[in-house]
Write a protein that binds this ligand. Structure first.
Ligand SMILES: Cc1cc2nc3c(=O)[nH]c(=O)nc-3n(C[C@H](O)[C@H](O)[C@H](O)COP(=O)(O)OP(=O)(O)OC[C@H]3O[C@@H](n4cnc5c(N)ncnc54)[C@H](O)[C@@H]3O)c2cc1C
Length: 394
């Protein structure tokens, strides 16, 4: 049986970013996913914020036109327009980005295993044995460390005893390809709707960037029926956005963890990244920027671990802890909890009328255009992934 230094479970943005940063590292890395193709079942809208766009490189042609304009609507349909002088957002073509990240990783020596579904993990000395279901039957893979990039309900987290997400919202959206010329020439904008019945505890949204229109709803009720809420919402805004004339190719959706970063995201068997680590802003539910940043920290930790002369430097893995980021998630969690209290149309209408006032408009501006979706990690300043000279024998 081939032995890998690292097996990454999950080829979403977090797993792919991890694989890409480990390319040419000299480590033996495998990336497994239950999907047959990396660009299947994309579940994210793909809105990247300014900070991510500034700090990371994306393949040419994979980002939509920049967006600097947001409209927020009250339950009664009142509008608050927010404009930034910066290019705040861009919607990524996630399929293209995933394919690009995967190809880069494969070129850099990573082994790609599609249609490998993780079923179980067993200890094997200091190593792990991963039981996977594949189209040809059960396969066992051996590795020193496993990376859980397997999303909100991470099996890796459960199997190696790390923290698991307990709170989430459900989001679902339809993506329309814009056909009509008028819409192509419209100013790219985000429209966010406070809709306590159709989107309890979150928002309904329309994003039009001249290429696509994303129409979605998210909610956190236990019995939330996201798909029927989306159908009702789409009908309601159909005329405003000329939806009937556009091609509707795709429905996306899934759960988004909003409980903040988890405490225990590493142990001597492995690490968690992305949604598996709860690395999502509890307030905005944006997880793409945290995916990129936390994964970079994870790879830096792995580099230190594998180049340390000690036999099994588990203290290095312990430095990768969610606790160090939790204070930064505190205010966002507090704001989310306050928002959750606003369950009725009246209370939301009232909160909206306050937001429209001058000093509070700044707060709205800060929520939508704030750059800090994930704390900066001082250790990452000037850090670049490189070949890892193994000095020990982990
Ligand atoms: C509808 C919706 C819209 C969103 N829009 C935005 C947005 O616009 N901007 C933003 O910043 N964030 C957004 N988010 C959040 C963001 O998409 C996520 O935080 C991010 O995509 C998480 O990436 P990930 O790689 O951690 O997980 P995932 O993308 O969930 O990837 C997990 C991967 O693991 C694989 N996997 C799972 N279990 C196994 C197993 N047992 N064996 C093998 N493989 C397995 C899955 O097939 C999958 O490929 C949105 C989320 C949703 C649901």
């Amino acid at each position: 049986m081939e032995r890998f230094d690292i097996i990454i479970v999950g080829a979403g943005l977090a797993g792919l970013q991890c694989a890409r940063l480990l390319k040419n590292s000299g480590l033996k890395v495998a990336l497994i996913d239950r999907k047959a193709q990396v660009d299947q079942r994309v579940h994210t809208t793909g809105v990247f914020v300014r900070k991510t766009l500034q700090d990371y490189h994306f393949p040419p042609g994979s980002l939509g036109p920049p967006v600097s304009h947001v409209n927020l609507y009250s339950p009664k349909g009142k509008k608050l327009s927010l404009e930034s002088k910066h290019e705040e957002f861009a919607v990524g073509d996630m399929k293209k980005i995933y394919r690009y990240f995967l190809n880069e990783s494969i070129k850099g020596g990573m082994i790609w295993c599609p249609q490998y579904q993780l079923m179980d993990i067993q200890k094997f000395g200091r190593d792990l044995l991963l039981d996977c279901m594949t189209p040809t039957g059960k396969e066992q893979m051996r590795c020193r460390l496993v990376i859980g990039a397997d999303g909100v309900h991470s099996k890796v987290a459960r199997l190696i005893n790390l923290s698991q997400n307990q709170e989430w919202i459900v989001g679902v959206e339809d993506v329309y390809q814009i056909q009509s010329k008028d819409l192509k020439n419209k100013k790219p904008s985000f429209h966010c709707y406070l809709e306590p019945h159709l989107a309890p505890g979150y928002l309904a949204w329309v994003i039009e960037d001249g290429k696509e229109i994303h129409v979605g709803v998210g909610g956190r009720d236990k019995n939330y029926q996201a798909k029927s809420a989306l159908d009702i919402f789409s009908k309601r805004i159909e005329r405003d956005f000329n939806l009937k004339q556009q091609i509707k190719p795709e429905r996306r959706g899934g759960r988004i963890p909003v409980g903040g970063i988890l405490n225990k995201i590493s142990n001597p068997h492995g690490l968690l990244v992305g949604d598996a680590a709860g690395a999502v802003s509890p307030l905005t539910a944006g997880g793409l920027d945290p995916c990129m940043r936390l994964t970079e920290f994870a790879v830096q930790t792995l580099a230190k671990y594998f180049s340390c002369p000690e036999r099994d430097p588990v203290h290095i893995l312990a430095e990768y802890s969610g606790e160090r980021f939790q204070s930064r998630f505190f205010s966002k969690k507090w704001m989310r909890n306050s928002f959750n209290q606003l369950q009725t149309s009246q209370s939301l209408e009232f909160a909206f009328s306050i937001l429209k006032r001058k000093p509070f408009k700044k707060l709205a501006q800060h929520i939508f255009f704030g750059r800090g979706s994930f704390p900066d990690i001082p250790e990452l300043k000037d850090w670049k992934p490189s070949f890892i000279k193994r000095r020990g024998c982990p």
